[in-house]
Structures are given as structure tokens and as C-alpha cells.
Ligand binder design. Structure first.
Ligand code: HMG
Ligand code: MG
Length: 285
């Protein structure tokens, strides 16, 4: 039997957060409804961040109130602080994702604080999520390249990933935020992280600015990773990462994995339908 690889869908969150036009909540829910027919185990639905920072996610509670709940599927959301976590829990999130940076420049731009302070701020979030038996995911951003500092060395990435594991994150997603990392840089980064966190606890999160995301996924597969984040229709980007393009498209990753002999459990026709709809939500369409 083909080996399973999980695709963790981030379209409704990472895909939409960078859109300049405020997308109606009903359209976000329509996208999630389409994604819910594709067979994902987990969908990252929204984020409980400051609406001053990311106005697109201001309707997080409304989105979570109406997501189609089905057995065997869970909804994850981002929380940058205790306030976001409390709101996420109240809204019925199944999984909470905290996020930190491997570079000080991106940490300041994305979270308005240093790496050390962000980890300190997230400690009570992690403790509360674990006490409430919510699944806890941690993101490390800018794992190969930072828009403000250039090349990011593997050591700080491994250090921050280790700190997230120590906070109790069951899964750590390695964010190649800029989408410019080379397979060589990704391999070096993974070797350092794997000294600290086992592959079964890691996910790959590749943006595709440089068109190398699928090759980078192949490198991560070789290193033993079996969970990858992707965004249907290739939507996305981070508002605090100038120059970054969308996440790697889920339908492209699903086909690439199938061609490489892996099973994702996804319905490709349903995925194409969701991708076509996702593309209509892009600015200018
Ligand atoms: P701050 O300005 O330092 O903190 O922001 P603050 O406490 O002064 O808050 C500012 C305002 O936001 C205040 O409102 C707070 O009440 C409010 P005001 O008094 O001015 O009216 N506020 C909140 N409102 C709702 N929910 C909350 C919340 N917290 C504060 N949870 C803060 C610090 C962390 C809040 C801010 O920097 C923030 O929200 N940052 C999030 C930025 C973001 O969402 N970035 C994109 C997601 S990360 C990403 O995309 C990367 C990833 O995909 C992986 C990869 O690709 O690398 C995950
Ligand atoms: Mg991202």
C-alpha cells in the first residue's frame, strides 16, 4: 500500500490573509465548505490575530461559528497571544497554532517583538491549550531566507524549533515564508532541525515565489517528513513578508505526491473545484 502523506490545508488562513480586498465571510465559508469535500483531516480556517494588523481575519469568530463540522476533521486557527487563544477556544477551534520567527527582523515585523519575548508570551498559550487538551501546532517562519536579514542559518531555526517542542507543540511547521529557499538550503536547515526534533513531529510549509516548492518538498520527503502545508489554488502570502508569493498549490502537491507513489486520501476533482473557486477570490478577479 502507498505510504500516506498528509496535506494540511492553509488556504482559508494563509491563502486569504494577504488579500487586500476584504473578502465577505460568506465567501470564506463557501471556500471552507468546498475544502470540506476534499478529504482533508485538518483545515486551517482563520486566525485570531489583531484586526489592526491583519484586517482580513477580523471575522475569525464568525467563520468558526459556521464551519461545517464533520467527524474526523478538525479546524486549526492561529493565535499570537493569550487573547487570541481564549477567543479561539471559545469559537470551538480543535487545534491552535502559535507562531514564531527564526530571525529577529521578521519577528519584529510580524509580531512586534523579539524572538525571546514572543516565546515568553506564548508560554501561557501553550500551557492553556495543553490543559484544555487542544492540539498545539507551532510555526517557525523564515527558515531559510528573511525579507529583512537575507539568508537565515540553520542553527537559529533548530533552536527555535526546539523551544516550540519544549513548549509542548505536537507538530512544528517549518515555514519557508519567502518562497526563495533552494533545495540545498532546505536540506541544510532540515539536518539541523532533525538533530533536535524528530521528523514525525515536523511539517513543511513552502511558499512558491521561486518555483522550487515541489523540489523542496521532495527534499523534505527524503528527510522523512510526511506532513505538508499547502494552499488550494496557490493563494497566499504573509502581509509582513514583502516580496513573498503564494503557498504552494494544494492540487499541485497532491498530484506530485501521487506521481511519486504517495497517498494523500484527497479527492482531486473536489480539489480542482475548490481551487477554481479559490482563484475567484483573488484580487482583480
Ligand atoms: P501589538 O500592536 O504589539 O500589541 O501587536 P497590542 O497588544 O498593543 O495590540 C494592538 C491592538 O490589537 C490592540 O487594539 C489590541 O487590543 C488588539 P487597540 O487597543 O489598539 O484597539 N489585539 C487583538 N485583537 C484581537 N485579537 C487578538 C489581539 N491581540 C491584540 N489576539 C500582535 C502584537 C501579536 C497582537 C500583532 O503583532 C499581531 O496580531 N500579529 C499577527 C500578524 C499575523 O497574523 N501575521 C500573519 C500570520 S503568520 C504567517 O503568515 C506565517 C506562517 O504562514 C508561516 C510562514 O509562512 O512562515 C504561519
Ligand atoms: Mg505561510
Amino acid at each position: 500500500m502507498a505510504e500516506l502523506v498528509e496535506l494540511y490545508e492553509v488556504g482559508p488562513r494563509d491563502g486569504l490573509q494577504n488579500e487586500k480586498r476584504v473578502i465577505p465571510t460568506a465567501d470564506k465559508l463557501a471556500l471552507i465548505e468546498k475544502l470540506s469535500r476534499c478529504g482533508f483531516r485538518r483545515i486551517e480556517a482563520t486566525s485570531f490575530v489583531s484586526p489592526r494588523w491583519v484586517p482580513q481575519m477580523a471575522d475569525a469568530a464568525e467563520v468558526m461559528a459556521s464551519v461545517p463540522r464533520r467527524q474526523g476533521r478538525s479546524y486549526a486557527v492561529l493565535a499570537p497571544n493569550l487573547r487570541g487563544y481564549e477567543a479561539a477556544k471559545l469559537a470551538g477551534a480543535d487545534e491552535v497554532a502559535i507562531f514564531v520567527s527564526a530571525s529577529e527582523g521578521f519577528s519584529r515585523a510580524n509580531l512586534n517583538t523579539s524572538i525571546a519575548e514572543s516565546l515568553e508570551r506564548l508560554k501561557p498559550v501553550a500551557e492553556s491549550a495543553l490543559a484544555a487538551r487542544l492540539r498545539l501546532r507551532g510555526y517557525v517562519s523564515v527558515v531559510t531566507d528573511c525579507p529583512f536579514e537575507g539568508r537565515v542559518e540553520p542553527e537559529p531555526v533548530a533552536r527555535v524549533a526546539g523551544k516550540l517542542a519544549a513548549l509542548g507543540c505536537q507538530e512544528i511547521s517549518l515555514g519557508e515564508t519567502l518562497g526563495r529557499g533552494t533545495p540545498q538550503a532546505v536540506a541544510a536547515m532540515l539536518e539541523a532541525v532533525l538533530d533536535v526534533v524528530p521528523a514525525r513531529k515536523l511539517a513543511g510549509h513552502f511558499h512558491d515565489t521561486g518555483g522550487r516548492a515541489l523540489r523542496n518538498i521532495d527534499v523534505a520527503l527524503e528527510k522523512g517528513l510526511r506532513v505538508f502545508d499547502a494552499s488550494v489554488g496557490g493563494l497566499g502570502g504573509c502581509p509582513y513578508a514583502p516580496g513573498a508569493a503564494g503557498n504552494v498549490a494544494t492540487e499541485a502537491v497532491a498530484r506530485h505526491l501521487a506521481a511519486s507513489g504517495f497517498e494523500t486520501g484527497l479527492d482531486l476533482d473536489a480539489l480542482d473545484d475548490a481551487a477554481a473557486f479559490a482563484k475567484t477570490l483573488r484580487s482583480g478577479t
